[in-house]
Design a protein around this ligand. Structure first.
Ligand SMILES: [Zn+2]
Length: 216
């Protein structure tokens, strides 16, 4: 399944934005998110190994999910500071990972003998091509490693090619137009980036604009 980086993040977005979702839906989307790192270019050449983390997606407690939610929100809050909030400085937020392990795999094993028909330029291009190496990430076989895996994958995703449009919804907050909505917005696909997190927020922004024009 070729999924773009924004589509991957969008899998988690409603949950991270605090939209009430059935727990089974959260777990299903977490699984899709983790599984979507298949080593392809869209997945930043990262591949997740079907280790203990997969079992944990179904077996972990609701409290674990809540803690993971809090941790991911802290990561995103550090990287995408809501407007009106003081920035944390150049190094906003660090995460420690003890529950994951890494390896790297060359993708052209068995094809290392130079082909006679290849020009030097073609050989060089093949050596330098993105995706020649794949980063493998697996959970360690200990408890509580899923949070490490999902958080690390989110960090990797935010720096992946094509992951350019993440912002905060600028609409007035529902019920209090002096505050902002500030939910995360990920633009999907091509074209003009989406600005608002929902139709309701777009409508509220226009209503607030009209109210300002009328001097209310
Ligand atoms: Zn909004």
């Amino acid at each position: 399944m070729a999924m773009t980086a924004p589509a991957r993040l969008a899998l988690l977005l409603s949950w991270l934005n605090g939209v009430p979702l059935p727990e089974a839906t959260v777990r299903r989307r977490l699984r899709m998110f983790v599984e979507s790192f298949d080593g392809s270019a869209n997945a930043a050449h990262v591949r997740t190994h079907a280790g203990a983390g997969f079992a944990e997606i179904t077996s972990c407690s609701a409290a674990t999910l809540t803690r993971m939610h809090r941790r991911l929100c802290a990561v995103l809050d550090g990287g995408f500071v809501p407007s009106g909030t003081a920035p944390h400085g150049p190094w906003p937020h660090f995460e420690r990972f003890t529950g994951i392990q890494f390896s790297v795999l060359r993708m052209d094993r068995g094809d290392s003998a130079p082909k006679r028909s290849r020009t030097r330029a073609a050989t060089r291009a093949a050596l330098l091509a993105a995706g020649r190496y794949r980063l493998l990430v697996d959970t360690t076989r200990e408890r509580g490693t899923l949070s490490d895996l999902v958080t690390w994958l989110t960090l990797a995703l935010l720096t992946a090619p094509g992951m350019v449009v993440v912002s905060r919804c600028p609409a007035p907050a529902p019920g209090d137009w002096t505050r902002r909505c500030h939910r995360l917005v990920v633009a999907r696909g091509q074209g003009r980036p989406r600005q608002y997190c929902s139709v309701a927020c777009r409508v509220r922004t226009h209503a607030a604009g009209r109210a300002r024009e009328r001097g209310l």
